[in-house]
Design a protein around this ligand. Structure first.
Ligand SMILES: Cc1cc2nc3c(=O)[nH]c(=O)nc-3n(C[C@H](O)[C@H](O)[C@H](O)COP(=O)(O)OP(=O)(O)OC[C@H]3O[C@@H](n4cnc5c(N)ncnc54)[C@H](O)[C@@H]3O)c2cc1C
Length: 503
């Protein structure tokens, strides 16, 4: 039998409460879970766009999607629109879901590349059901796919981060997680093995634990403050190091996608919720000062400002170890790459799932810790490369963007680019987060064109190739025409509530 164990989570932001919810759902009566958080310190207060994998987490927790969206002021997200990332006036969507469909063994995009030489060539997003629906402002969940050539929509969510933490808190407390309120002022280590032994709060109360999950945010109270684990700084690849966040009033249309607009030395996000829009400007302090950054943000909002601008500073990178002694870091305590592809909450989800996989039975084994760290590092580095691509493959003229275009990239990314260059090949290694279709959209969207395509894409005649491409583009238009408006779908399924209960 597994001996009784105490798990202490430090922090009650999204990372802390996602961790508490998952552990409370999956760990049985031998486990006692405590979460310590400080209302005085508060949370980072941003992090409102997600990727489709969050649906897997919610299914695992038994969360009802409508109840969650209603509680969290949420909307649907079909992808991210990138404005001005290639040239200043370019625009493309990195949409979820598939693009076209393969023919035989050959991925769709090789036929699309061939079709670009034809007079009636269409852009890549004409073959993405998600992209066509996003631009039409449509949404439908659980669409009957029947014989539809393009299948159904892939979706993620936008939501209010504070409400999401509350929602998960109700869920976790309802399953026995004990919440302790207070500021941690001291972390005591075991004299012999250097592991964390106990936390002392400002009130004098102490909290022990066998395993600690550090979800304390950028400060990394245990993983860095107490254990001095070290940090790999990635600013030479991901140079933005500041952000300003502000909320504004809604626009007339409730768009079902996140927008990322490139600015002079960074980019601006736009995340539409049911009753407001979340906005932020991410920028590089070497090229822009805070006042100019705030002016740019405030001059580019769709509605009246609702909150004071919130300034955030960060260093892109990751902890040298995510699991050190008896501390596992999740969320911002583990590292931060930047919010461009909405991957941080997913990394929390993946991290806690991995923690369950390597859950210690009594003593912590170094083989488990090493495997956990290696898998997590692989996941971070795959995402890092994908993010760097957005910066590297720009064709803008400002000094910040020229510096990004000139930077040396990691060998792993250089290999991906070189694979694509000749014949448009894209390969996903092991359990990389972003699939071929994600890389494809960013590469093509930012103007990277391969010299050729797969030789087998030349097998159909010109007429057959054209017919295949037409069939798929027309199918996307037809399927989307039958979908309801995004706003109408929300109104009839998950209109925002002021209160509400967690699932
Ligand atoms: C500008 C920006 C935009 C982002 N956008 C996205 C996005 O669109 N999508 C996405 O997935 N992610 C995004 N993220 C990341 C996302 O915000 C975080 O991953 C997520 O909010 C989790 O944060 P956290 O819980 O790790 O940290 P925090 O929210 O900072 O929570 C830390 C917790 O630790 C507690 N704490 C700290 N010190 C102490 C102490 N001494 N004693 C007691 N308690 C303590 C705090 O009170 C708090 O409860 C963004 C991040 C930034 C900076």
């Amino acid at each position: 039998m597994t001996p009784s164990q105490n798990i202490t989570i430090v922090g009650g932001g999204t990372a802390g409460w996602v961790t508490a919810a998952v552990l409370s759902r999956y760990l049985g009566r031998n486990w006692h879970i405590t979460l310590v958080e400080s209302d005085d310190i508060g949370t980072v207060g941003v992090g409102e766009a997600t990727i489709p994998q969050l649906q897997i987490l919610h299914r695992a927790l038994g969360i009802d999607e409508d109840a969650f969206l209603s509680f969290c002021n949420g909307t649907y997200k079909l992808g991210i629109e990138f404005v001005g990332w290639g040239t200043q006036d370019s625009r493309y969507i990195h949409a979820f879901g598939e693009i076209g469909r393969p023919l035989g063994l050959v991925p769709f995009h090789h036929y699309w590349l061939r079709g670009q030489a034809m007079p009636e060539a269409r852009p890549l997003d004409a073959y993405s059901l998600n992209a066509v629906a996003a631009y039409a402002g449509k949404f439908q969940r659980g669409m009957p796919q029947g014989n539809a050539p393009l299948g159904g929509l892939g979706h993620a969510f936008h939501f209010d981060a504070g409400r999401y933490a509350q929602f998960l808190r109700q869920y976790a407390e309802g399953r026995g997680v004990q919440r302790v309120e207070g500021r941690i002022v001291d972390v005591a280590l075991h004299a012999e093995n250097g592991a964390v032994e106990r936390l002392t709060l400002a009130s004098g109360e102490t909290v022990g634990g066998d395993l600690f999950v550090d979800c304390s945010g950028f400060v990394g109270l245990l993983i860095e403050g107490a254990l001095g684990t070290g940090y790999e700084d990635w600013r030479h690849w991901l140079p933005c190091d500041r952000a300003i966040a502000v909320q504004c009033a809604s626009a007339p249309t409730l768009t079902p996608y996140t927008r990322s607009t490139a600015r002079v030395a960074g980019w601006q996000w736009r995340i539409p919720l049911q009753s407001r829009i979340g906005n932020g400007h991410v920028y590089c302090s070497d090229f822009m000062d805070d006042t100019v950054a705030a002016d740019i943000l405030l001059a580019n909002l769709d509605g009246a400002v609702l909150t004071d601008p919130r300034h955030l500073r960060f260093t892109t990178g990751r902890r040298r170890k995510f699991w050190n002694r008896n501390v596992v870091a999740l969320g911002l305590a583990a590292g931060f790459m930047e919010p461009l592809e909405s991957t941080s909450i997913h990394l929390v989800q993946a991290g806690v799932e991995r923690l369950l996989k390597f859950l210690p039975k009594g003593d912590i084994r170094s083989a488990d810790v090493d495997a956990f760290n290696a898998l997590t590092a692989f996941e971070y580095e795959g995402i890092r490369d994908f993010l760097i691509l957005h910066y590297k493959a720009n064709r803008r003229s400002e000094p910040f963007w020229r510096a990004c275009a000139d930077m040396a990239v990691p060998d792993s990314l250089a290999a991906k680019l070189s694979l694509f260059e000749a014949n448009g090949r894209i390969t996903r290694f092991n359990e990389e987060l972003f699939a071929e279709v994600g890389w494809l959209q960013v590469l093509i969207g930012q103007g990277v064109r391969p010299a050729g395509y797969h030789p087998l894409a030349d097998q159909p005649t010109d007429a057959e190739c054209r017919e295949f491409l037409d069939l798929l583009a027309n199918a996307a238009q037809r399927q989307v025409a039958g979908m309801p408006d995004h706003a109408a779908f929300i109104a009839s399924h998950c209109r925002a509530s002021v209160g509400g209960a967690a699932g």
